[in-house]
Design a protein around this ligand. Structure first.
Ligand code: ADP
Ligand code: ZN
Length: 602
């Protein structure tokens, strides 16, 4: 809609300007060009030129005399009552020309100077209009190059309020101050306080950073400009900086307002000294810094930016006066997850009596976006089964779908494989349940998933743990090894099924030594540093090669110890292991309650 209007306005302007050009050209420029060719001289010069025989041609008009010399210059002089004129001219050998300035026929000249240009420009206009329509939002880049494509969402359009963002109470609290400021900037000016110009929303993907930014705009009832960092450095080389300029120009006109820059790390990465680095990105970043410094603290433009790798940002961006406030937007905890699921469940039809706490418990570690997806999957599952409302089972199944991939209906395990998988999964669960501090099992299935996992154990944490003790970690490692131990005890050989467990166990053991200071050998020495904290985390070693090999030995020792522990546990509970594995093998699914019943020998 908006585009169509813009296009029409543009084409209209194009026609007006072209018409004005044609009028000016015909009325003023062409005549003045013609006149410029004619030199006006006095009558006495005309006479002297006649006498000296310099005149080539002469034409006597009603109000003037036109004549040319031998070089083709045209002259003009006034008429004076001079009876001897003709005689003198004849004597000087001048020709009496019919027409010195050739007049074209008036119709032809009208066609050439008026009709033709108008027709030509009309067709050009049509052509441009069509091209623009075809290119759609590309916003007729030919004419608009460098215009920022920040979208303006005026209040009614975002419509998102803090209430729509479930959980994230801490983040909302810090942002509430910004909303208050946008409502009432005077209050802050009076006391002499400056609002932060930029606020950085930091957290893993899908935790609702974009939503929060929109909610700030929605709460404060101000326009919302959003732009993605990667858009700044897209397509047009050299356009990033001018886009930033334009974005801020628009924002200042609309102040108070919110400018939201998603994925700011795309432009804000640390600048390094490398020659031939990404100049485009650097220019864009520099422009952003300039713009941020350029406006005063209280203009009413608040910039919110989101990133999931804060540590990769250029320090210039995060220094005071720029993005100096940082709001962490973390993965939701149990309560947060429950609220998010409820918010999204309101948008679909559900059966009454759904236990949202249980679902939230089962979906531990899921982000807001994943939870939204889980609810949607539940609705889809209800439709597939011909029901009008989603129920508890839909929700539970869709957690597994979102987290573990769809059930693979046609993957067939051989009997022996199925048995091995059953022992493997029960091994994990039994070790976990035996160790007091480990989380109980919610459900185990040995139905293969498209994600490639042959079985799936859902461990549920009763409460949120923020601190894990050394024993907790050791028990976790023991649980990881439990699968392999059970295979060994049951069938006397080992399979490839434990590769992921091995990876996880090794990671944990290594972290205990290098980052958590849980080894007697090294104590509280940091041997690894973390980067990309919010994207799974990359670790880089910060020690000498000799130390590295020592670490490796220690990791092996830790994992081996826990493997032995798991072996002891399962050997002591061998009867239970067989009983549980048989149950799982036959039913393919075992719930936490069934598991605990057998485990407790009821
Ligand atoms: P981010 O910008 O952090 O990657 P988004 O704000 O784009 O995440 O969130 C993606 C989607 O996830 C949202 O559209 C919303 O449906 C859902 N979502 C995420 N967090 C929440 C939350 N706290 N409350 C409600 N919905 C959420
Ligand atoms: Zn396993």
């Amino acid at each position: 809609m908006q585009e169509g209007k813009n296009r029409k306005r543009f084409i209209f302007r194009f026609y007006v300007i072209m018409l004005a050009c044609i009028i000016v050209f015909n009325l003023f420029i062409i005549p003045s060009i013609e006149e410029a060719r004619i030199r006006e001289v006095g009558y006495n010069q005309f006479i002297s030129m006649t006498v000296s025989g310099e005149i080539e041609q002469v034409e006597i008009q009603d109000n003037r005399i036109l004549f040319t010399d031998h070089n083709g210059n045209i002259y003009e002089t006034g008429i004076i009552n001079d009876p001897l004129l003709v005689e003198r001219l004849v004597a000087s050998g001048a020709n009496f020309a019919g027409e010195i300035i050739k007049e074209t026929s008036p119709i032809l000249s009208f066609l050439l100077t008026w009709v033709l240009p108008i027709v030509v420009f009309f067709f050009i206009g049509r052509l441009i209009s069509k091209q623009m329509a075809k290119r759609g939002d590309a916003n007729s880049m030919m004419f608009n190059m460098g215009k920022s494509n920040a979208k303006v969402y005026v209040k009614s359009e975002t419509g998102i309020k803090f209430d729509d963002v479930a959980g994230e109470d801490e983040a909302k609290e810090s942002l509430a101050e910004i909303v208050d400021y946008l409502h009432n900037p005077k209050k802050y000016e009076e006391i002499g306080a400056k609002m932060p110009k930029g606020v950085l929303l930091v957290g893993p993907p899908g935790t609702g950073k974009t939503m929060l930014a929109k909610a700030v705009a929605g709460e404060a009832n101000v326009p919302f400009f959003s732009m993605s960092g990667s858009e700044f450095v897209e397509m047009f080389v050299g356009m990033g900086a001018s886009k930033v300029r334009d974005l801020f120009k628009q924002a200042k006109e609309k102040a108070p307002c919110i400018v939201f820059i998603d994925e700011i790390d795309a432009i804000g990465k640390k600048r390094d000294g490398h020659i031939g680095g990404n100049d485009e990105r650097e220019q864009t970043l520099n422009q952003l810094l300039t713009e941020m410094d350029g406006f005063e603290g209280n203009t009413g433009v608040v910039i919110l930016a989101a990133t999931n790798r804060p540590e990769s940002l250029d320090p210039a961006l995060t220094r005071p006066g720029r993005f100096d406030r940082r709001v962490p937007v973390e993965l939701p905890d149990l309560k947060g997850r429950e609220e998010i699921i409820k918010v999204h469940a309101q948008k679909i039809k559900t059966e009454p009596g759904i236990d949202y706490t249980k679902i939230a418990r089962m979906a531990s570690g899921a982000s807001g976006a994943e939870l939204a997806n889980i609810v949607n999957e539940a609705a889809l599952r209800a439709i597939r089964q011909g029901r009008k409302r989603a129920n508890q089972a839909d929700m539970e199944e869709s957690i597994e779908v979102v987290i573990a991939g769809y059930q693979k209906k046609n993957a067939i395990l051989t009997d022996r494989e199925k048995m091995i998988v059953a022992y493997h999964e029960i091994g994990h669960a039994l070790v976990a349940a035996t160790q007091a501090n480990s989380a109980p099992v919610q459900k185990i299935t040995i139905v293969p998933r498209t994600s490639g996992a042959l079985g799936y154990t859902m461990q549920v944490e009763e409460d949120n743990h923020y601190l894990l003790s050394k024993e907790d970690l050791q028990n976790k490692i023991a649980t990881y090894t439990g699968g392999r131990v059970a295979e060994e005890l049951a069938v006397g050989s080992v399979s490839t099924g434990a590769s992921n467990d091995i990876e996880q166990a090794t990671k944990l053991a290594r972290a205990m030594i290098t980052r958590f200071g849980m080894s007697d050998e090294f104590g509280m020495v940091a041997l690894e540093t973390v980067s990309n904290q919010y994207l799974g985390g990359d670790y880089s070693l910060a020690c000498s090669t000799e130390t590295q090999s020592q670490i490796d030995e220690l990791v092996v020792k830790v994992v081996k110890e826990q493997y032995e522990k798991a072996k002891r546990i399962l050997t002591d509970n061998k009867a239970k292991l067989h009983e549980l594995a048989k149950f799982l093998y036959e039913r393919e699914t075992i719930t936490g309650e069934e598991f605990m019943q057998i485990f407790n020998g009821e």
